[in-house]
Design a protein. Structure first.
Length: 217
């Protein structure tokens, strides 16, 4: 067995162990969040859970690196975990697939696949990248971005210490969340009117949903 296969088996086992250890679910939705990135997105949502006291029995955050990080791999992994939760009589109520458009050639194919996966599944996309959601905490901008690196360069004007594995990023953003929500909703409405998606982010939809769960805890 290759080292990569061994890593994937260990990662899958850790996820199952986590779900067994975390205890009983609360009365609100049980949610699976499958992320493209192995650092930025999972770290953000794990910090979010802790800050807003969301149960780890209800909100499971993982990355799809066990299968691959392209959008189709994320969706296939999410579907696999959802089916497993059904057989274990602990089904997820909602499944969110978090991925970027960036340079992925199968992005549109993934969106079509997810639209046929059922009402439990939702695409949480960002164009060009997740960091655009971070940028909206500081400014409203509808200018198109050519790449993820161009967004990160802009973001570092506000968070010079920004790095994908830095948990301090969440706390640098937290107090500006209402601004980010307002900016994201306005941006998404604008780009929809002019029939484009660059830039845009659906992370706002997941954040608002989690904030609503916080009210039910």
């Amino acid at each position: 067995m290759g080292s990569d296969d061994l890593f994937k088996k260990r990662k899958a086992r850790r996820l199952k162990d986590q779900q067994r250890r975390i205890g009983f679910c609360k009365s609100y939705d049980r949610v699976l969040i499958v992320c493209e990135g192995v650092q930025t997105e999972p770290l953000y949502f794990e910090c979010f859970k802790e800050e807003y006291d969301l149960s780890s029995a209800n909100i499971i955050v993982t990355d799809a690196s066990i299968n691959g990080s392209d959008p189709m791999s994320i969706i296939k992994y999410a579907e696999k975990l959802y089916k497993e939760s059904q057989t274990e009589n602990n089904a997820f109520d909602r499944v969110f697939c978090v991925f970027d458009k960036d340079q992925h050639s199968n992005y549109d194919t993934a969106l079509r696949e997810l639209s046929n996966a059922g009402s439990h599944f939702t695409a949480i996309t960002s164009v060009p990248c997740f960091e655009y959601w971070f940028l909206l905490h500081f400014e409203y901008t509808t200018k198109p971005f050519s790449s993820a690196s161009s967004v990160i360069s802009e973001l570092k004007r506000y968070i010079p210490f920004y790095a994908k594995n830095n948990s301090g990023v969440f706390f640098a953003l937290k107090d500006k969340m209402i601004t980010a929500i307002r900016n994201a909703e306005n941006v998404n409405a604008y780009v929809s009117r002019i029939s484009t998606d660059n830039p845009s982010t659906k992370v706002v939809d997941l954040v608002k949903y989690l904030l609503e769960l916080n009210k039910k805890r």
